[in-house]
Design a protein around this ligand. Structure first.
Ligand SMILES: [Zn+2]
Length: 296
């Protein structure tokens, strides 16, 4: 059985017509609940103090208390509400809980998280706090993950993750993303692959294979996988042309690699903005099912 944590028990309050696809989180949970290989848990809220272990304390406080300025909230892209705070803390809590599960059982997944555009002192692009940076910090504090590889295959660069973990020789940040996608000013991951518009399965998978080979040389003792599926051709934001079969092949490569390494893996979601959203949900579901096929 694989443990999955979900956050949709906290509603994300958004105005009508907001373009963030908040329904995909519930739809994904409902889809995966039909698969008996998973055990589901509501994500607990992370403590703001734990989050402040890697984020600027004043930023964490201001967001939680609702005193962050209008420009900062605009950059995040969500209107502030108490509900947004609860959901955000649960999103980080889901990744922390998934990391705990991975520590014990080799796998932990969250049906949220992967908020990789969050920086130490500010959020952006629908990301408030960087759940992976928080969880890596906690895991290393607990002593079970000294060398960590973060494999971010979302179509947008993991800029916040790269910046927050820059200069740490025991963290390998990998990002495979579209060159012409947000963020338009890129940060430097340890390994960045920039794909041109329209890149399809063959090109995409060749790069994924190459970065995983590089990841093996790093010899991580834990892997965090940001499994965004916005490289799909059907994605409204992605600009790439990866097919659902190509996306599934990507996930298989990642989990086969993890299996060969023999280290715990924490799987978070990431972006996915296909129209219809069912295409995004199907690919996210395939990610977790592939993990079950290979790691359960
Ligand atoms: Zn994305």
């Amino acid at each position: 059985m694989l443990d999955l944590f979900y956050t949709d028990h906290y509603a994300l309050p958004l105005p009508v017509g907001h373009r963030f696809p908040k329904d995909k989180y519930r739809l994904l949970r409902e889809e995966l609940e039909r698969d008996s290989r998973f055990r589901f848990h509501p994500a607990p809220m992370a403590s703001p103090d734990v989050i402040a272990g890697v984020h600027d304390g004043a930023y964490v406080r201001a967001f939680c208390e609702g005193t962050l300025g209008a420009a900062s909230m605009r950059k995040i892209g969500f209107p502030w509400s108490k509900g947004l705070v609860d959901r955000t803390l649960a999103s980080v809590g889901g990744t922390l809980a998934a990391a705990d599960a991975a520590r014990g059982a080799g796998f932990g997944g969250t049906l949220a998280g992967g908020t990789h555009h969050a920086f130490r002192g500010e959020g952006s692009g629908y990301c408030v706090f960087n759940d992976i940076a928080v969880a890596v910090h906690v895991a290393r504090g607990q002593g079970w993950a000294r060398r960590v590889a973060i494999v971010d295959l979302d179509v947008h660069q993991g800029d916040g993750t790269a910046a927050m973990l820059a200069g740490d020789a025991n963290v390998l940040t990998v990002s495979v993303h579209g060159k012409n996608n947000f963020p338009f000013r890129k940060e430097r991951s340890v390994v960045d692959v920039e794909l041109g518009d329209g890149a399809g399965d063959d090109e995409y998978l060749a790069h994924v294979e190459a970065v995983l080979r590089r990841g093996s040389q790093f010899r991580p003792d834990a892997v965090f996988y940001q499994s965004g599926v916005d490289a799909l051709a059907s994605d409204k934001l992605g600009k790439l042309s990866v097919t659902p079969a190509g996306m599934a092949a990507r996930d298989r490569m990642v989990f086969e690699w993890v299996k060969r390494l023999g280290v715990p893996v924490v799987v978070t979601m990431g972006g996915g903005y296909s129209d219809p959203i069912a295409l995004t949900v199907a690919s996210h579901a395939a990610t977790y099912r592939t993990a079950a096929d290979l790691l359960a």
